[in-house]
Design a protein around this ligand. Structure first.
Ligand code: PMP
Length: 364
């Protein structure tokens, strides 16, 4: 039989490598590999999800007006400058699809999210990887990498898997110094976890003052709704108008829209999740540092634990697996000595710290 040939370039697209969600031989696992909220979604959101069944024969809203109004109200944004997608992944896909194509270059940084080069190739564009400096995005290195073909720059802030933050003035400098025809996409998947004392701008001010900046956010992390697949973007109206042209009319379900809105409105639950994350993030980083496993100060719901080298990181990962603990190896992100560890609840953090202590003691 003859094989049907795909379009040129399709087979150059790497498949996204998701982290593990189970360990062979372990029935109970402690999953600390996907930056999920250990408390799950707000009980109010779960109640709304459970009550959505009677409407499942109805098509959902095509314009997401209620969810956009709620996002606008909570974040003090113009709902007409918001677009919702199937995870922020879909919003990022709209952006790349609408603004880049064959011959164009898309810049992302060394430890940036692995979907960026995949999305660039899906659009036929060329991904260009720029180094970071000590696991922090380096604005000068990005600016130096700009060529006449550059059409888009991805910035994850705070970073994944680094957890580090690019301060507001540096983000503003990047936006100001990029030529006006290049889009700057500020991916704030972890924005809710940034330390309150940090100089941080999720991108709202830049979107409000510039024509070429887009901010994306997600319900998958702090809202605990990774399985629901809802994200959103905030951009100048002209860009939102463009992105809506490639969006499927019913991209989000009744269930997704109603549940995300309920999660968004439960601010007490959100505060609890952020408080617990902040508390156990510092506790865990302190415990691991005392065991000789340093990490950069994290502004997210994970820490990037750094071991002596790749061998030690892999040996530790193997021991964690024997205890049913799953963390994320990040060699594919240019960090072979690292393990990215999601901040669990108290029990999860204590179990993880005890396992790393056992690993270090066993190694002596
Ligand atoms: N951006 C970053 C930096 C992420 O880590 C993730 C999730 N891994 C996403 C975007 C996509 O999130 P989602 O599609 O679930 O909103």
């Amino acid at each position: 039989m003859t094989q049907i040939t795909p379009q040129p370039g399709i087979m150059d697209i790497a498949l996204y490598q998701a982290g593990k969600s189970h360990v062979a031989g372990q029935t109970r696992v402690l999953k600390l590999s996907a930056n999920e909220n250990p408390f799950g979604p707000s009980p109010k959101a779960i109640a709304v999800a459970q009550s959505a069944a009677p409407d499942l024969h109805r098509y959902p809203s095509t314009d997401h007006s209620e969810l956009r109004a709620a996002i606008g109200e909570i974040h003090n944004l113009d709902p007409d400058r918001i677009i919702c997608g199937v995870g922020s992944d879909e919003v990022l896909q709209f952006v790349v699809q609408c603004y880049t194509g064959p011959g164009d270059e898309v810049i992302y940084t060394e430890h940036g999210f692995s979907m960026y080069p995949i999305l660039a190739r899906q659009a036929g564009a060329t991904p260009v990887c720029v180094p970071e400096t000590n696991r922090v995005v380096d604005v000068d290195l990005i600016l130096n990498a700009v060529t006449e073909r550059t059409r888009l720059v991805f910035l994850t802030n705070p970073g994944n898997p680094t957890g580090t933050l690019l301060p507001a003035d540096e983000v503003a400098r990047l936006a100001e110094q990029l030529p006006d025809h290049i889009l700057l996409v500020i991916d704030g998947a972890y924005a809710e976890f940034v330390r309150p004392e940090a100089r941080f701008d999720a991108g709202v001010n830049l979107v409000d003052t510039r024509a070429n900046v887009i901010m994306t956010r997600t319900f998958s992390k702090v809202y605990g709704l990774g399985g629901l697949r809802v994200g959103w973007g905030y951009a100048p109206r002209a860009i939102i108008d463009v992105l809506n042209r490639v969006r499927q009319p019913f991209n989000l379900s009744n269930l997704s829209l109603a549940t995300a809105e309920a999660a968004l409105r439960d601010r007490d639950y959100l505060d609890m999740c952020r408080r617990e994350n902040a508390k156990w993030r510092d506790w865990l980083a302190g415990e691991l540092a005392a065991l000789g496993v340093p990490s950069d100060q994290s502004h997210t719901n994970f820490i990037l634990a750094r071991f002596a080298d790749q061998n030690e990181a892999e040996a530790c990962d193997a021991l964690l697996q024997t205890r049913g603990i799953i963390v994320r190896k990040v060699a594919g992100y240019g960090l072979p000595e690292g393990l990215r560890i999601t901040i669990g609840d108290e029990e999860g953090c204590r179990a993880l710290a005890a396992a790393i202590r056992a690993f270090k003691e066993g190694a002596r």
